[in-house]
Design a protein around this ligand. Structure first.
Ligand SMILES: NC(=O)c1ccc[n+]([C@@H]2O[C@H](COP(=O)([O-])OP(=O)(O)OC[C@H]3O[C@@H](n4cnc5c(N)ncnc54)[C@H](OP(=O)(O)O)[C@@H]3O)[C@@H](O)[C@H]2O)c1
Length: 333
């Protein structure tokens, strides 16, 4: 490669990075001037563990009025006990966000707890998949029969529906339910959706997870443009790997097998290791801080850690390199 090609390449990456930085953020004025932290009404969906529980801690220590939502009631109660002394108010609503009648009840109970006002809806509930798709679907082309059918097509189809329900349909349905009150009751309503880098770039062994996050990304990007004129802001958060127990929720592994992988991904002894290193993962706390900052600054896009901005630029400039990096991370080279 000649020096001039290198200079042009570097210049292009720098220019695109600057353009991204300029257009990602809507402004430097903090929304906290419009809605003081102690008056902010926040609903956090998926708050029983990981990133969501850290979000609850941050908002509670800012004195906000919070509703926390998830299925595991005992974890929600522990958070209420921990955060009641510091939060403006904290209320737990137990429920499964994939069930339409539960979403209605969750919305009603949340809004009652917040006296009919909500400023910030954070959609953080999510589940993952960790198997190569051929393994999930039982696709084996080495058998000698002339007609070969997958042995687990139904399982693959059901896993896909399950992950789409949690990662795409539930955020859509919750948004539908909260949007009227968010628009009416807040001077600067925010919806923050916790997507993933998997919503921007494909990765081997995460096919149906990537699909669900790409779907959410598309929906919320479009919705954000539609609702902007009503004063509601939509921010999409795309973290890289975060050190949480998300892998335990894997739709394609038996519950008790699903990766207790805290480091480089080795699961329990009887299971195969789960692909995808967690080395260098950001903490749930750091991720939650980035989300709160993104909400305060009303950023359309929150990419974490920062160097993933580079991979998004590379996706345009050098997609082959991004594919190589993704394959490397998940052991597909
Ligand atoms: N960890 C990462 O590497 C990473 C990277 C990028 C993006 N993300 C995204 O970050 C979000 C939070 O994940 P996390 O890493 O913090 O994992 P986590 O600790 O497993 O949190 C997932 C949360 O979602 C809730 N949830 C799942 N299914 C639900 C349902 N049907 N109804 C209600 N709540 C439900 C869980 O609560 P219950 O089980 O109690 O219901 C839990 O509070 C997810 O959307 C994930 O895709 C994570």
């Amino acid at each position: 490669m000649s020096l001039s090609t290198l200079a042009i390449g570097t210049g292009t990456v720098a220019a695109v990075l600057i353009a991204r930085a300029l257009f990602t953020q809507t402004g430097s004025t903090s929304r906290t001037k419009l809605i003081p932290p102690t008056q902010e009404r926040v609903v956090i969906v998926g708050a029983s563990s990981g990133i969501g529980s850290e979000l609850a801690r941050i908002y509670a220590h800012r004195g906000a009025h919070i509703v926390i939502v998830a299925r595991r009631e005992s974890l929600l109660q522990q958070l209420v006990d921990e955060l009641s002394p510091v939060a403006g108010a904290i209320h737990a609503v137990q429920g499964d966000v994939t069930l339409p009648n539960e979403v209605q009840r969750i919305t009603r109970e949340s809004l009652e707890a917040l006296q009919g006002r909500v400023d910030t809806l954070i959609l953080c509930a999510g589940i993952i998949s960790v198997l190569p798709f051929d393994e999930l679907a039982g696709i084996n082309s080495t058998v000698s029969d002339s007609v070969v059918l997958p042995s687990k097509a139904q399982e693959a189809f059901e896993a896909s529906i399950k992950i789409m329900n949690v990662n795409y349909h539930a955020p859509l349905n919750l948004t539908t339910h909260f949007l009227p009150t968010l628009t009416k009751s807040s001077s600067a309503g925010n919806i923050m959706v916790v997507s993933s880098m998997a919503g921007k770039v494909g990765a081997p062994t995460r096919a149906i997870y990537c699909a669900s996050k790409h779907a959410a990304q598309g929906f919320f990007e479009a919705l954000g443009m539609e609702v902007e004129r009503t004063g509601v802001h939509v921010g999409i958060v795309s973290p890289g790997t975060v050190a949480t127990d998300l892998r335990q929720s894997a739709v394609d592994l038996p519950k008790n097998n699903a990766a207790s992988s805290s480091s480089s991904s080795a699961g329990p002894s009887e299971t195969k290791p789960i692909a995808g290193t967690k080395k260098g993962a950001m903490t749930a706390r750091a991720c939650a801080e980035g989300i709160v900052r993104g909400s305060d600054l009303r950023q359309h896009e929150v990419i974490m850690p920062w160097f993933y901005h580079v991979s998004l630029v590379l996706q345009i400039v050098s997609p082959g390199l991004v594919r190589w990096l993704a394959k490397k991370k998940y052991g597909y080279l």
